[in-house]
Write a protein that binds this ligand. Structure first.
Ligand code: BES
Ligand code: MN
Ligand code: MN
Length: 464
C-alpha cells in the first residue's frame, strides 16, 4: 500500500462533496447558451489546481471554450505524466427522462454500485473521472509521495470534437512535453473485472440534406408525381448496409487493418454474455456485421449509424404534406488505418452518386478523428496493469473500446506520446443518456489506483 490511502480515506467525503459542487455547473459545450457556465467550470477547475498546490495554473482562452492547465515539476530529470480530461459535458436532454435534475447531483443506491452512485450529467463523463486525478495527485503531494512530474490539461470541448485543443497542442509542443499521457475517460468491464482500454475508434461525422421541390406540397395534389425527399433519404440510408451488415460505401473497408485470429481469440477471453447484453438493453436480438461477435462489432470493426433524422410534419395529428427537404446526421466509427477525411470524402461521393433523380443531395462534414491503440508491451500499459493488480487484486484485462476520444490520436501524431486509458466507469453508467451516474466505489478505486500507476511508471522508466 502507498501512504496515499490513509489520506484518501480521511478526505474521501470532502472529495465527493467537491465533485458534486462541480457537477452543479452546467458546462454544456455544444449549446452557446451555456458559454458562461462552461467558463465558470473552467475557473472551478483552476481553483482546484491552485488549492492543491499546482504551479503555472492558467485558464487558457481559445476561439472556443478554454483549456485549464497546471503542473508540478519536482525534478526535470524525472519522468513527466501529462493528465488529460474534459470538464465539458453533453447536453442533458431529454430532460423529462431524468429522475432527478441533471445539474442537481444526488447520491442514490443502485444494484451494481456497492457504495451508491452520484447521478448528474458529467458524473462519469468526464468530471467524476478527471477529478480522480486531481485528488490522487493531491494525496501524493500531501503524503510526500509524488514520484515524478505531472502536468494537467483539462479541456472544455471534447464533446464537440476538441478542435481548439488540436490547435493548442500543435502550438505548444514544448509546454506539453511529457513521457506518457494518462486519461480516465473510458470504462471498465465490471467492478470486479478490472480492465484497461487499449484502443479507441476514430470518427467521421456528417450531416446530409436531401432537397426536392421548392416548397412543401399538398400530398394529395402532388403525391406520386414528385420524388419525396424523406422517402428518398430513407431509401438512400437503407442502402448503406447490405444484407450481411456490411457498409456499402464504395472503398469504405479498403484501408481497414484486419485483426489477426490470435488477437481476436485473446479478445474473446474477456467475459461477455449475449443474454445479459440483450436483457440490459431490452432488445430481442443483437445486430451487426456477419462473421463478427458483438464485442468485436463494437470495437474492432467500423460502423455507420444514423444519429438523428428530421423532415416534414412531426406535430400533433396529421398534416398531409410532402416536405421540400429531409435531413440526417450520420456517424461512422473508424478503426486503425482508416483516415477520417478520406472516409468522409468516400461517403460524400457515394451519397451523391446514389441520389435518385428528382432530388439534390448535400453532405456537410463535421468533426472527426483517428482511431488509437495502446501496445501491450509498452511500459505505460505494464504500469497500468500493475496498478490495477495492487488495488483490485487481480489481473486487468486489455479491452478495445468502441468510443472515440479524437485528441488521443493527435497526441501521438503531434507530441509522439502514447496515451494510457485508465477508465473506471461502467457501460451501464448511462453516459450521454438521461440519469448518467458514477459509482462512489469507482471514484474511490480510481483515486487509489492512480498513485500506483505513477509509482510503477517511474520505476519501469528507470530500466529503460
Ligand atoms: N468519454 C467519451 C468516449 C468514450 C466513452 C470512450 C466510453 C470509451 C468508452 C467521450 O467523451 C465521447 O463521448 N466521445 C465522443 C466523440 C466526440 C468527438 C464527440 C464519442 O465517442 O461519441
Ligand atoms: Mn468523455
Ligand atoms: Mn462523452
Amino acid at each position: 500500500m502507498t501512504a496515499t490511502h490513509p489520506y484518501i480515506d480521511q478526505h474521501l467525503s470532502r472529495f465527493t462533496a467537491e465533485l458534486m459542487e462541480m457537477l452543479r455547473i452546467p458546462s454544456v459545450s455544444a449549446d452557446p447558451q451555456y458559454k458562461e457556465q462552461v467558463l465558470r467550470c473552467a475557473h472551478f477547475v483552476e481553483n482546484c489546481f491552485k488549492t492543491m498546490g499546482l504551479d503555472g495554473v492558467e485558464v487558457i482562452p481559445t476561439k472556443g471554450h478554454p483549456i485549464v492547465y497546471g503542473e508540478k515539476i519536482i525534478d526535470p530529470s524525472l519522468p513527466t505524466i501529462l493528465v488529460y480530461g474534459h470538464y465539458d459535458v453533453q447536453p442533458a436532454d431529454p430532460l423529462e427522462l431524468w429522475h432527478s435534475p441533471p445539474f442537481e447531483p444526488v447520491i442514490k443506491p443502485t444494484n451494481i454500485h456497492p457504495k451508491g452512485a452520484i447521478f448528474a450529467r458529467g458524473a462519469c463523463d468526464d468530471k467524476g473521472q478527471f477529478f480522480m486525478h486531481l485528488k490522487a495527485v493531491e494525496a501524493m503531494l500531501s503524503s510526500d509521495e509524488l514520484p515524478c512530474n505531472v502536468k494537467f490539461m483539462i479541456e472544455g470541448e471534447e464533446e464537440i470534437g476538441s478542435e481548439h485543443l488540436g490547435y493548442f497542442v500543435h502550438e505548444n509542443k514544448a509546454k506539453l512535453a511529457a513521457d506518457i499521457i494518462l486519461v480516465s475517460d473510458t470504462g471498465m468491464l465490471a467492478n470486479d473485472v478490472p480492465s484497461v482500454t487499449t484502443g479507441l475508434r476514430g470518427l467521421s461525422y456528417v450531416e446530409v440534406e436531401v432537397t426536392g421541390p421548392n416548397r412543401d406540397l399538398h400530398s394529395g395534389l402532388y403525391g406520386g408525381c414528385v420524388k419525396n425527399p424523406i422517402n428518398a433519404l430513407c431509401e438512400m440510408i437503407a442502402s448503406l448496409h447490405d444484407e450481411k451488415g456490411k457498409i456499402t460505401v464504395k472503398g469504405f473497408y479498403d484501408s481497414v487493418l484486419e485483426i489477426s485470429r490470435d488477437d481476436r481469440d485473446a479478445m474473446a477471453k474477456a467475459p461477455f454474455s449475449e443474454e445479459d447484453y440483450k436483457r440490459a438493453l431490452d432488445i430481442t436480438d443483437t445486430y451487426g456485421e456477419e462473421g463478427y461477435t458483438t464485442p468485436e462489432r463494437g470495437s474492432i470493426r467500423p460502423t455507420l449509424d444514423v444519429n438523428g433524422m428530421w423532415g416534414g410534419y412531426i406535430g400533433e395529428g396529421a398534416k398531409t404534406v410532402i416536405a421540400s427537404k429531409a435531413n440526417a446526421k450520420i456517424s461512422m466509427r473508424l478503426v486503425p488505418n482508416q483516415d477520417p477525411e478520406e472516409i468522409t470524402r468516400l461517403f460524400q461521393d457515394h451519397f451523391e452518386r446514389i441520389a435518385p433523380t428528382g432530388v439534390n443531395v448535400k453532405v456537410t462534414p463535421h468533426h472527426g478523428g483517428h482511431a488509437a491503440v495502446t501496445p501491450l508491451d509498452s511500459i505505460g500499459y505494464q504500469a497500468a496493469a500493475m496498478a490495477y493488480k495492487e488495488t483490485f487484486g487481480k489481473e486487468a484485462i486489455p479491452v478495445r473500446s468502441g468510443g472515440s476520444i479524437p485528441i488521443v490520436a493527435m497526441f501521438e501524431q503531434v507530441l509522439g506520446l502514447k496515451t494510457i486509458l485508465m477508465g473506471f466507469g461502467l457501460d451501464s453508467d448511462a453516459i450521454h443518456s438521461p440519469n448518467e451516474h458514477y459509482g462512489l466505489y469507482n471514484f474511490e478505486m480510481g483515486i487509489k489506483t492512480i498513485p500506483y500507476f505513477f509509482k510503477h511508471f517511474v520505476e519501469l522508466s528507470k530500466n529503460q
